[in-house]
Design a protein around this ligand. Structure first.
Ligand code: UN1
Length: 502
């Protein structure tokens, strides 16, 4: 690991100037210290926001396709550094290298998307009710965008936000999770290198704030930052949302999920089971899109449970391990509290469960300072409030149902509304599900996680309502202006037929 670490830390050439002793960054792979950093003081955060305002004032006047060119160069830089950055992602957040590469690919994808978008920030023309009037909608740069990201997607979610914000003419201030600041600093350094070759890029166009909840709160409360895009737990969103609203800022919240897959009577289990497996145990269950609940038609519930049980036991035996080693499917949980969260969720459901297979700590003697967990599958008679909360760990609850109506009721009963899926070969069930799933994402014969960047990403209810990434999510990063022009020579008519003759 040290060689890998040295190589990956080369991505942060200014690391020595960032060292200090207030934030110890450790690797979930083995608990080893990766670096000790200094957190930003209140005055430094204030200075970064002030610089971001200045950077915005210059950047907004650069033509959007030129702004796209900067993002294109960032995409090239990411391609050239994909492997090193993926390794740093793996070292710092513990996801398997294959998924670390996938995460950097997701950044590259959003760069490509944003480059095209930079020539397509289209507004409408609107028909006026009055003679010789034109109406149009202008999309204008918004201002500095505060990006708060979580440990589990330490770089891709920043890229979703930053790439769109940059082509939209905004500056960015990134407060990464205190668990994963190094990957943020590496991305910032790559973008800095690109900016140095780009004369129109102002100083401070993109900056990182190193810190904890304290620095995040300062960013959230600062009225110079018109948009806060925050990804994390529902608890975090409950704190951030009202603070931003109190100053009439805009927030884009990407919070918890409690995602389910419905397996209907007609499902093809050769499609369903692999989707459930990747969704549930992939990324050690630490995606906001991870599959937590599987709602299975009663005729298939025993078969699905048996298949999942044997797969989970096999994974627990031989596929949990160092995320740097090829063949590992499940890396560590992020830290001790995450493991305790998994244990207490399993304890809480014990009395309600018909059966629990898997669970418990893995590889403790090999990695005494890291927290590897065996995935667990829990068979329930019915959904209970115990599983209404999200546990960021590889636990899958199996719940039986009789009618699709009942399945949908169970599905929508939880307070979160991010991602959902149905496994079915019946087009009527598929269409009914899409109509009534209350989630922002509703897939058919595809699992709940692993969304492509081209669609709008986000969810309803306690997930926070935000949409990022593809489709027209860019509109959140701009301000909309309606403009009416009169080009006649007579006294202009008033709207709604109002007469006002002096
Ligand atoms: C997250 O877990 O916060 O759809 C983001 C997915 C990924 C993004 C997950 N593309 O699973």
């Amino acid at each position: 690991m040290p060689e890998t670490l040295d190589q990956s830390l080369k991505l942060i050439p200014n690391l020595d100037s960032l060292r200090g002793d207030s934030l110890v960054v450790t690797s979930p792979v083995d608990g080893a210290e990766l670096a000790k950093l200094r957190v930003d003081s209140a005055a430094e955060v204030d200075g970064k926001i002030a610089l971001s305002v200045k950077a915005f004032e210059a950047w907004r006047d650069v033509p959007a396709p030129r702004r796209g060119e900067l993002v294109r160069l960032l995409g090239e830089k990411l391609r050239a550094n994909k492997e090193d950055l993926a390794r740093l992602v793996t070292l710092e957040c513990g996801k398997i290298l294959e998924e670390g590469r996938g995460e950097v690919q997701e950044m590259i994808d959003i760069c490509d998307f944003a480059v095209g978008l930079s020539r397509q920030l289209y507004g409408l023309t609107i028909q006026s009710e009055r003679p010789n009037h034109t109406m149009q909608e202008n999309w204008l740069p918004l201002g500095p965008v505060g990006i708060i990201s979580a440990f589990n997607f330490p770089v891709a979610v920043w890229a979703w936000n930053a790439c769109l914000a940059l082509v939209c003419g905004d500056s960015c201030i990134w407060k990464p999770s205190e668990k994963t600041p190094l990957t943020a600093l590496a991305c910032q350094a790559l973008l800095d290198e690109v900016c140095q070759t780009f004369p129109e890029a102002p100083k401070g166009l993109s900056q990182v704030i190193v810190g904890t909840v304290e620095q995040g709160t300062q960013l959230v409360e600062d009225a110079r930052v018109p948009l806060i895009s925050a990804t994390g737990s529902t608890r975090m969103g409950r704190a951030v949302g009202p603070k931003v609203a109190a100053r009439f800022g805009r927030s884009l919240l990407e919070l918890g999920g409690n995602n389910a897959i419905i397996v209907t009577e007609s499902a093809d289990l050769d499609i369903a089971i692999p989707s459930i497996l990747f969704g549930s145990v992939g990324t050690a269950g630490q995606r906001c899109t991870s599959t937590r609940r599987v709602i299975v038609h009663e005729s298939l519930v025993d078969e699905v449970f048996a298949k999942l049980s044997s797969a989970y036991l096999q994974i627990g035996e031989s596929k949990v391990g160092s995320p740097l080693v090829a063949g590992t499917l499940v890396g560590p949980l992020i830290d001790g509290p995450a493991f305790e969260g998994m244990e207490s969720a399993l304890r809480a459901v014990e009395s309600e469960a018909e059966a629990i297979v898997g669970g418990g700590r893995a590889l403790e003697s090999e990695f005494p300072n890291a927290f590897y967990a065996k995935p667990a599958v829990v068979k329930l008679k019915a959904q209970t409030p115990t599983i209404h909360t999200e546990t960021f760990a590889p636990i899958t609850y199996i719940i039986p149902y009789r009618t699709l109506e009942e399945a949908l009721r169970i599905h929508n009963e939880v307070p979160q509304g991010l991602s959902s899926a149905i496994m079915t070969t019946d087009v009527r069930d598929a269409e009914t599900f899409k109509r009534y799933s209350d989630c922002g994402i509703a897939n058919v014969n595809i699992g709940t996680s692993g969304a492509e960047i081209g669609g709008a990403f986000g969810g309803e209810k306690e997930t926070g309502g935000g949409r990022e990434s593809g489709s027209d999510s860019w509109k959140a990063y701009m301000r909309r202006q309606t403009s009416t022009t009169y080009f006649g020579r007579e006294k202009p008519a008033l709207a709604q037929g109002i007469r006002f003759d002096v």
